[in-house]
Design a protein around this ligand. Structure first.
Ligand SMILES: [Zn+2]
Length: 342
């Protein structure tokens, strides 16, 4: 009889026990009147006298060990809630709530807008906030005499100028991504680029020195104004509702020709006229147009072969219209009472 094997079996059986009743049954199996240990003890007198002492000590040690193990396990099981106690827990009681964070309303709007264009096959691209005069102005066909190039209309950086690209500056528009993306990749291209832009504007309810834009453009063969209209209609109806109307108003941008501003029927008054739309019934949403051939020449695309459209919108303005927010400064004040509403 191998005492060691019996002890190992006892150990693993005790570990597997999960109720006081099962423990009691196991205790009978080992320590009962006809249990394993009693049988071992009963076998001792039949042994040769010189073996009796050794086995007797081993059996006694095993019995001691078994008593300790059973007592320990009984303590553990008694400390656990019984099944009927577990069932008494009322799971319909309110739990311990956890404060979870959420995305900033502007991030939510950016994600929603970009998601819509991704759905149409556009790729989301990141651009640099520190750019050059070339990407922000020259490459976009904005001439030297254009007012937005004046020092008081742009944040220029006081770092050594790059001779080929002019001075460094904080980009004043996300259109810079048009230049950078077209430098990197040949047509066909369909890109949306969200990001921050900077202008030295005095801060008030509708102006900020920093705000967000989303630029979008598509370049390829046979891209027409009708494609622009279709894409923007899908976008406007997706964001503001299927019942809104849309109109193109002729406009001028240096980097598109022809250019148009896009209005939607006022989402507040449904076109009847109210203070939000200045009683006009229309809200200006974005600028757009067909990419100017000079922009294609800048990046080395053949303007006879390729055409494309571009558009740009202010994220804050769209978020303000969508949610009825009346002050742009609320977005940056980190007031939880405001942020919790989104
Ligand atoms: Zn209105």
């Amino acid at each position: 009889m191998d005492i060691k094997l019996i002890e190992e079996a006892l150990n693993s059986e005790i570990r597997a026990v999960d109720s006081l009743q099962a423990l009691e049954e196991l205790k009978v199996k080992y320590l009962g009147r006809k249990g394993t240990i009693a049988q071992l003890t009963g076998a001792i007198p039949a042994l040769a006298p010189e073996q009796r002492g050794l086995l007797g000590r081993q059996v006694n040690a095993l019995k001691q060990k078994a008593l300790e193990l059973f007592a320990e396990k009984q303590g553990q099981l008694a400390a656990q809630p019984r099944p009927e106690q577990r069932a008494a827990v009322d799971i319909s009681l309110p739990g311990i709530s956890q404060d979870t964070g959420r995305l900033h309303p502007l991030t939510q709007v950016i994600d929603e807008i970009c998601g819509m264009f991704v759905h149409m096959g556009f790729t989301v691209v990141d651009g640099n906030e520190i750019e050059t005069e070339f990407a922000n102005f020259t490459g976009l066909n904005i001439p030297l005499e254009h007012p937005s190039r004046e020092a008081f209309d742009t944040f220029y950086l006081d770092v050594p100028a790059d001779s080929a690209e002019g001075k460094y500056l904080l980009r004043s528009q996300t259109s810079t991504v048009q230049i950078r993306a077209m430098q990197k990749q040949d047509p066909p291209l369909a890109v949306v680029a969200p990001g921050r832009v900077y202008r030295p504007d005095a801060v008030d309810a509708s102006h900020s020195f920093m705000f967000h834009q989303i630029e979008g453009f598509m370049v390829g063969e046979h891209i027409s104004f009708a494609d622009l209209k279709g894409v923007l209609e899908f976008f406007c109806k997706g964001i503001f509702g299927q019942d809104i109307r849309m109109r193109f108003r002729p406009h001028f941008f240096p980097f598109t020709e022809p250019s148009a501003e896009v209005d939607i029927s006022c989402i507040i008054c449904k076109g009847k006229g109210c203070p939000v739309c200045g009683r006009k019934g229309w809200l200006e949403i974005l600028g757009s147009g067909m990419i100017h051939p000079n922009v294609f020449k800048t990046v080395g695309f053949d303007p006879k072969k390729y055409t494309g459209f571009a558009f740009g919108m202010g994220v804050e303005r769209i978020a303000m219209l969508k949610y009825g927010i009346t002050d742009i400064r609320l977005f940056c004040e980190n007031d939880v009472r405001f942020l919790k509403q989104f």
